[in-house]
Design a protein around this ligand. Sequence first.
Ligand code: NAD
Length: 477
Amino acid sequence: IPVDPFDLVIFGGTGDLARRKILPALYQRFRVGQMPPDARLIGAARSSHDAADYRAFAEAAIREFSDADRGSLAAFLDTLDYVTVDASGETGWAGLAERLQPGRVRAFYFSVAPGLFGDLAERVRLHGLADADTRIVVEKPFGRDLGSARALNKALAAHFDESQIYRIDHYLGKETVQNLMAIRFGNMLFEPLWNSQYVDHIQITVAETVGVGGRGEYYDRAGAMRDMMQNHLMQLLCLIAMEPPAKFDPDAVRDEKLKVIRALDPVPPHHIVRGQYGAGDSDNQPSYREAVDDPRSTTESYIALKAHISNWRWAGTPFYLRTGKRLVARSSVINVAFKDAPHSIFGEEAGRHANLLTIRLQPNEGITLRVTIKEPGPGGMRLVDVPLDMTFAEALGPEGGDPPDAYERLIMDVIRGNQTLFMRGDEVEAAWAWTDPIIAGWEARGDVPKPYDSGSVGPAEADQLLKRDQRQWRGIN
Ligand code: NAD
């Protein structure tokens, strides 16, 4: 279904994110007929170019990061224009105003350094480019602590209502992450068991094989806690732990997520393991410290922690969260480990296997439920556990197709005016309020992350974190 005609201004339209994600995503939506041909995309950045340069830039980006077919690509490029605009000065704003058309959906994508968000919001308003229905899209990182996030929220709120602000966490745009809500709230099977009475613990793993790459300068000031835990893993935790919202509507969903974050206990230092990767043994990749060019960096590229949610549903159930770079596999997976059956009628010698629900977000999206059956054969009643396995791509067949990239979904949601998959300001602040004391503790103690080998599962201390509780990590394979 095509969205209404719109004007989308991409501030930072010549940057890396626009090249790799935003322009390819828009092209794909155009190709399938969702972005109407009379929509207008206006690249806006400080460097001086004309529309023809920008079309050439977009064409190269789409050819590199998307699969393009000639006819639709030419028509898509026709929707592009470019204006030279200084986000923190007065250059270019009048030219931008001339290009915008009245009576259409209007959105401004702030794909620039967060230091410019406030300046941009102010200028978009002062130059009369926005009305009550105009939307702004802001990228991560949204602050580096509670104070800076509050300041950013305040700077945006001075010019835009919360209902106009779309804070992107691209994890929420992933098809499989949305599927978490469908699995939980579309089935009768799971929800009655989804609490501390039946669930022993929950694990969330987001493992990457890549290192910091070209983002070393930014990453070394952030670390895994700020770059991944505070936003992406926190969002997954919210979706797994939240109460059923009354409706799938933006504030109903975000209210429930916020309650989860606010119910998180502070995390004591002995429930946290920080790690930093060393060199790879086979692939000549640099160690973390080489990659960020600081032989003494104490920034973590890995973090594992045990969290508790103090509410009626989850009191006493640990949530183990871990994320890291240069690990053995790229894998995002959630494991819900159920408790043992209260009593074995077969006797302890038959063996016992607790149910485990595994939700794979990537790769190979799907769910597996491990169930206990009798071991085949004449050897008496011995129990084994076997997987009930479903890979979504197989279950949906060829018509299921490749899921759209997260940015495709999210940008179209901006145009449709649907904020459900975007973070609200109070959610972001609550997440920082939980993260800040953890980071402050490391700084006060001069904490040094534990080294781990590139291509491993992370530091051994992270295994200990679970072993102490007679549990083990599952899911990177
Ligand atoms: P980039 O440095 O590649 O591009 C920045 C863009 O901003 C360029 O188009 C530049 O011309 C423009 N710009 C800089 N100063 C300006 C000014 N005063 N006025 C107007 N334009 C100006 O950055 P990027 O990697 O594209 O990142 C953009 C935003 O997206 C940042 O907030 C970043 O944190 C976020 N982000 C990027 C990625 C990524 O993969 N690149 C991922 C997540 C979030």
